[in-house]
Write a protein that binds this ligand. Structure first.
Ligand SMILES: [Zn+2]
Ligand SMILES: [Zn+2]
Length: 342
């Protein structure tokens, strides 16, 4: 095979099938035969042209496939090995943050499917420093959503201040939230799912939530306080107002962890950051962005061990436009995954 197919963006909103010549990976890179690639809401920034990037561009940062060629200087990865490629394309190894061990904050790191071509493709080239190792027990279509949505929720929870038995709330039962609820349950927390409308309650319990709060029919902060107050709130899909609404639902020293990228501002009362009606109540609002490649390995292993799985719908690569539209219209339950013909 000397060429391969991609679904590329050439102008805002348009994905088209194209053929590319097969290239060898450069130094520090691997070439991957992609088997599956999840569609993430963040792909919209490439497809709709919100990021200033060079076109044509192949989106996709939930890619899973097998290495078929190694560039020079690549160690510890081998041809035939199944790997995942997430949003962060691999640390540079020499910036201040990499040298300090903070690979997520690397200042020379490409975003997969944004600055470099991603996984809506039969073949992709990726930096070895960003790869995750996919366990044999995990089919590629199931692994794909876990290398972004899974890693994002798993990593935020395991680095949070919550300990087993603490109350943890997840706002939004969608692409991120339906995984967040499952991870929170399997990590041993008392789990509150916060959704919109009564219709989501049964699903939330099926995913492992002990409690369900309908944000459309009551005060979320009061509901959380009635349960003792949340140590951690994961804000997944909701905008700024959901952050403001849950701050009063935290215990003292609790945190709202922001995962969903939304532009609308949160209104935060400095008083609420420091006090409750009864006494001192310092709190934190923080962001969490995916995780390191090793945290990605841990996400995939933990998912196999504990039975956490994304609810997915698959479509062939050629139908990427349809699959993307379904996700953006809120019709996907809950992650769309593109598959490539073997
Ligand atoms: Zn993503
Ligand atoms: Zn770096």
């Amino acid at each position: 095979m000397s060429t391969y197919h991609v679904m590329q963006v050439t102008k805002p909103g348009k994905l088209e099938l194209a053929e590319r010549p097969l290239l060898d990976p450069g130094p520090g890179q691997v070439r991957i035969r992609v088997e599956a690639c999840g569609i993430c809401h963040t792909d919209a920034s490439t497809i709709e042209g919100a990021f200033p990037i060079a076109w044509p561009r192949v989106p996709g940062h939930e890619a899973v496939g097998r290495i078929d060629a190694l560039g020079s200087g690549v160690e510890d990865w081998r041809p035939g090995q199944r790997v995942g490629v997430g949003f962060l394309g691999g640390g540079c190894g020499h910036c201040e943050y990499c040298r300090n061990g903070d690979l997520v904050a690397c200042q020379n790191q490409a975003y997969t499917g944004v600055h470099v071509d991603g996984g809506y493709a039969e073949v992709m080239i990726a930096k070895a420093s960003g790869l995750m190792s996919v366990p044999d027990a995990l089919p590629s279509v199931d692994a794909a959503p876990l290398v972004c949505a899974g890693l994002t929720t798993f990593n935020a929870l395991r680095n949070s201040s919550a300990k087993a038995g603490d109350l943890v709330a997840v706002i939004g039962i969608g692409g991120l939230g339906h995984l967040g609820v499952q991870y929170a349950r399997r990590m041993g927390f008392e789990v509150v799912a916060i959704g919109r409308g009564a219709g989501t309650a049964a699903l939330a319990r099926q995913l492992g939530a002990h409690h369900y709060v309908d944000s459309a029919s009551g005060n979320v902060a009061e509901a959380l306080q009635a349960l003792g107050g949340a140590q951690v709130v994961l804000a997944t899909a909701s905008g700024g107002s959901a952050i403001s609404d849950t701050l009063k639902g935290l215990r003292p020293r609790g945190s709202v962890i922001v995962l969903g990228a939304a532009a609308d501002p949160a209104q935060i009362s400095p008083y609420d950051m420091l006090f409750s009606n009864r006494g001192g109540s310092p709190k934190t609002v923080q962001g969490s962005l995916t995780g390191t490649p090793a945290a990605g390995d841990a996400t995939l292993r933990f998912s196999v061990l504990s039975g956490v799985a994304a609810m997915i719908e698959t479509m062939p690569l050629e139908k990427a436009s349809e699959a993307y539209a379904k996700l953006m219209d809120g019709q996907a339950r809950f992650r769309m995954v593109l598959t490539m013909a073997p």
